[in-house]
Each structure stands twice: as structure tokens, then as C-alpha cells.
Ligand binder design. Structure first.
Ligand code: B12
Length: 210
């Protein structure tokens, strides 16, 4: 089997050791690092994303696949020079103030990384000021807000309002179990996605990359 296919199969099976081993071999065979990432690791993560969206795989499978992807990235990242890793953009993400849920946010991060985005994770219980600081520091194209409690959805609104002066340069996307498209529109967010795979699609659409 060609080595890129081996990488993809091992990643989709969530086998981090096999991914590491196959990526190492691909490097030895002279496959360019960018090809290993885009046609191996990211391609497989995209397939997992579609399966997750279609309920063919569930959260645990996505988490082990993402871990396997990181194992492969660890091998290949030191070899990257210049623009070999063509990042599609930078996204700052966090769970809003008062909210400690982060499983869904972390899935979004893994899926976005799998799709080639640089992710800045601000963690949980993030006040609006911290989002602003991060926007100024990292100059992202997208800011993602997560909330799992109906009581913290209002923090989302406050954060969107606080980000107003930066909106010419950033898109804001919101998500989390109680969040809806209607709510996203009401608070003036640019986008909403119901799950991690759709988040990738939505961000690409918002940035004109779809
Ligand atoms: C796990 C969990 C916890 C864990 C969190 C651990 C952790 N590290 O995250 C712990 C035990 C800490 C916890 C605490 C509490 N919880 Co809780 N928790 C849950 C539970 C069971 C699962 C949430 C989850 O992880 N789902 C799995 C992930 C994958 O799904 P997800 O988060 O929805 O994320 C997906 C999408 O929403 C989307 N998404 C998520 N974020 C983003 C962001 C963006 C930008 C985008 C585009 C998409 C996106 O993509 C994700 C992947 O597909 C839910 C019940 C449920 N079924 O939802 C209750 C739930 C959310 N919790 C609830 C409550 C009430 C609490 C507590 C107040 C309980 C208490 N009395 O102490 C505390 C609050 C603590 C706090 N201040 O936040 C309620 C909320 C009710 C409400 N309507 O407000 C729920 C709904 C349970 C219930 N039925 O009562 N909880």
C-alpha cells in the first residue's frame, strides 16, 4: 500500500503509533512534508469529520483520530520550512465567561487543526477582555465562542458586542448545545455551526475558502 494511504488508514483507525511510524517512513522515502500533511493527515481527518457529521463515528473516535494526527504532526512539523505548511488562517477560540464546558470546543479545535487552521485556545471561563487581548495579539481571521449553558449564552452576546471595534477584520462564529442559528443572528455573530465538522465548513465559507 502507498505510504500516504497507510497514514490515512492508521489515522482513521486512531492508531497513533502506526501513524508515527508511517509518517517517519514517508519522510525517509522523500515525500514532501506538505504532501504528508495535506494528502495524508488532513485528508484522513477530513474523512473523519464527514463521518462524524453523518453519525458514522462518535466523539471517542474523533478524539483518538485527532491524537493520532498530532502524533504524525509531531514527526513532520520540525521539517517544515517556510510555507510548506500553508495555514488556511488563524482562529482564536474559547468557552465564554462562567462556562466550564470544553469537550465540544476541544473537538472543534482538533477538527479545525485537521483542516489546516492555526488554533489559539483560550480555554474555559473566558471573559470578553481576554478575547480582545487575544485578537490584538494573534490577529486572527476568526473568533469562535462556545457556550453550553443557557445562563452563559448572554456572555456570548456581551463578547460579540465587545468585539465590535474589530469586526472589520474578524468573523465571529458561535456554537454549543443551546446555541442556534437564530440566536447567532440575534446577537450579531457571523456564523453558527451545530458540530465540529460543520464548524470547519462554516469557517471556510466565511473566509471565502469553501
Ligand atoms: C460533560 C458535561 C459537564 C462537565 C463538563 C466537562 C468538560 N470538561 O467539558 C461538567 C461535569 C464539569 C459539567 C458541569 C456543569 N454542567 Co454540564 N454537561 C455536560 C454534558 C453531560 C455533556 C456536554 C458535552 O461535552 N457534550 C459533548 C460535546 C461534543 O458536545 P457539545 O459540547 O455540544 O459540542 C459540540 C457542538 O455543540 C459544537 N460546538 C461546541 N462549541 C462550539 C464552538 C463553536 C465556535 C462552534 C462553531 C461549534 C461548537 O461542536 C461540538 C462538537 O460537535 C451536558 C449534557 C449534554 N448532553 O449536552 C451537560 C450540560 C451542558 N450541563 C449542564 C449543567 C446545568 C451543568 C452545571 C451547572 C451542573 C451543576 N449544577 O454544577 C455545571 C456548570 C459548570 C459551569 N459553570 O460550566 C446542563 C445545561 C443546562 C442548560 N440548559 O443550561 C446540561 C445540558 C445537562 C442537563 N441536561 O441539565 N457539565
Amino acid at each position: 500500500m502507498p505510504v500516504l494511504e497507510e497514514i490515512k488508514e492508521a489515522l482513521m483507525a486512531g492508531n497513533a503509533n502506526k501513524v508515527r511510524e508511517a509518517v517517519t517512513r514517508a519522510v525517509e522515502e522523500g515525500v514532501p512534508p506538505g504532501t504528508i500533511i495535506n494528502d495524508g493527515l488532513i485528508a484522513a481527518m477530513n474523512i473523519i469529520g464527514v463521518k462524524f457529521k453523518n453519525n458514522e463515528v462518535y466523539v471517542p473516535e474523533v478524539l483518538v483520530a485527532a491524537r493520532a494526527m498530532h502524533a504524525g504532526m509531531d514527526v513532520v512539523k520540525p521539517l517544515l520550512t517556510g510555507d510548506a505548511l500553508q495555514e488556511k488562517g488563524t482562529m482564536v477560540i474559547g468557552t465564554v465567561k462562567g462556562d466550564l464546558h470544553d469537550i465540544g470546543k476541544n473537538l472543534v479545535i482538533m477538527m479545525m487543526e485537521g483542516a489546516g487552521f492555526k488554533m489559539i485556545d483560550l480555554g474555559i471561563d473566558v471573559p470578553p477582555e481576554k478575547f480582545i487581548q487575544a485578537v490584538e495579539e494573534y490577529k486572527p481571521q476568526v473568533v469562535g465562542l462556545s457556550a453550553l449553558l443557557t445562563s452563559t449564552m448572554m456572555q456570548m452576546k456581551k463578547t460579540v458586542e465587545a468585539l465590535a471595534p474589530y469586526r472589520h477584520a474578524i468573523k465571529v462564529i458561535v456554537g454549543g448545545a443551546p446555541v442556534t442559528q437564530k440566536f447567532a443572528e440575534e446577537i450579531g455573530a457571523d456564523g453558527y455551526a451545530p458540530d465540529a465538522a460543520s464548524a470547519v465548513d462554516k469557517v471556510k465559507e466565511l473566509l471565502g475558502l469553501a
